[in-house]
Ligand binder design. Structure first.
Ligand code: ADP
Ligand code: MG
Length: 366
């Protein structure tokens, strides 16, 4: 890791919110097989940016290229206006926190956190002071300073790794699924703490997760990666409300997706609901696509006049979610899930009419 001065040389004055990192037509192939396909992305200074995508979609490959552990096959990575594609990791203002921590097992918590400062030649008293500050920042008790890291719990070790990354004082922190090996309850706590740490530190965070829920909770902006293609970039709200494909929509929580096609006589139809006109508003320009209906847009109606689109369903199953129930219904062969107050779909003896309004569904090309 470079010292403070060289880092500042590398990153000229950039205002918070302006582009810090620019990925320009980045492609990466392994043995001729393309893994990252023409990724264009601007990451802004001080933002919490999350890359999300299924396993194998290329998230780690992108992060490694940002850290300098790998290079694009073609394309460029630009930092503050200068190409850094050819710079080795120690000449970049980045530091990576891995899913499987690379802590020194024979060292104490304090020695692990001090390590980056020791290799920079920072005097002992300053190192110890800063390490204690960092421990406080990640909520590790002071008495852990002399504890062997291998005697700490998984969550504590994760905090040590984060504190150590901060000890490098990088401009950009890269996190590769740092919480995926941690149990659900502690993960929630650490998610909140990381978000707080981002806010307090004023650093740029680039975070990777395969959990969309995690991405939505923590990030300023999210990029959805699918087989090496960046499908969509936006705020969590934009991605939820305006997914640009059914892949993005289905990745973001429960959703119902139907293929739809324009009818010669006007309106749309779906093979999932034969003979029924499906109203979509505003009318799409395309003759074919998919319709996304979020569970919260669906309601149980008594009469077909109560919604623009109404389908006849049978209740198949229900699961209590505490204050609400999740219902599984079928209409023909199509399965539909939705969350409603207990009892909203009756007892399963009679048909359920399920409706949604034309403007509440999202039309996408594919
Ligand atoms: P993710 O982090 O999203 O799970 P990765 O970036 O690790 O995905 O991998 C994306 C694809 O690239 C996978 O198919 C993986 O097998 C391949 N890949 C990654 N690194 C290498 C490598 N060094 N050599 C060959 N193939 C690789
Ligand atoms: Mg990975």
């Amino acid at each position: 890791m470079t010292d403070k001065k060289t880092q500042e040389d590398q990153v000229p004055e950039i205002k918070a919110g302006a582009t810090l990192l620019d990925l320009v037509h980045v492609c990466r192939s392994f043995d001729g097989v393309p893994v990252i396909k023409d990724v264009n992305l601007q990451i802004r200074k001080n933002e919490f940016f999350t890359l999300v995508g299924p396993s194998g979609s290329g998230k780690t490959t992108i992060l490694k290229m940002l850290a300098g552990m790998d290079q694009p096959t073609t394309g460029d990575i630009v930092l503050g206006g200068k190409s850094i594609s050819a710079l080795p990791p120690d000449k970049r203002p980045t530091c990576m926190v891995f899913q499987f921590l690379a802590l020194f097992p024979h060292m104490t918590v304090g020695q692990n956190i001090e390590f980056p400062m020791r290799i920079k030649g920072i005097p002992r008293d300053k190192r110890v002071y800063r390490a204690q500050e960092l421990m406080d920042m990640v909520a590790l008790p002071e008495k852990y300073y002399d504890k062997n890291v291998m005697k700490c719990s998984g969550g504590e070790r994760q905090r040590v790794a984060i504190a150590r990354a901060f000890a490098y004082d990088p401009e950009i922190l890269l996190f590769d699924e740092p919480l995926s090996a941690i149990d659900a309850k502690l993960r929630k706590t650490l998610q909140r703490e990381l978000k707080e740490l981002h806010r307090k530190s004023g650093k740029t965070f680039i975070y990777i997760t395969h959990s969309l829920e995690e991405a939505m909770f923590m990030s300023d902006r999210v990029g959805v990666l699918r087989s090496g293609v960046l499908e969509q970039v936006g705020t969590p709200e934009e991605i939820y409300r305006h997914p640009n494909s059914s892949f993005v929509a289905s990745f973001i929580g429960d959703t119902n997706i139907f293929p739809v096609k324009a009818r010669p006589q006007g309106g749309y139809e779906s093979p999932d609901f034969p003979g029924m006109e499906i109203k979509i508003a505003p009318t799409p320009e395309l003759l074919e696509g998919k319709l996304i209906v979020r569970p919260e847009s669906l309601k149980v109606v008594k009469d077909p006049s109560e919604a623009d689109n109404v389908i006849r369903c049978k209740l198949r199953d229900s699961f209590s979610l505490g204050s609400r129930s999740q219902y599984l219904l079928t209409s023909g062969k199509k399965e539909i899930t939705l969350e409603l107050p207990h009892g909203a779909c009756g007892d399963g003896t009679s048909e359920v009419l399920l409706g949604w309004n034309a403007q509440d569904a999202i039309f996408v090309k594919e």
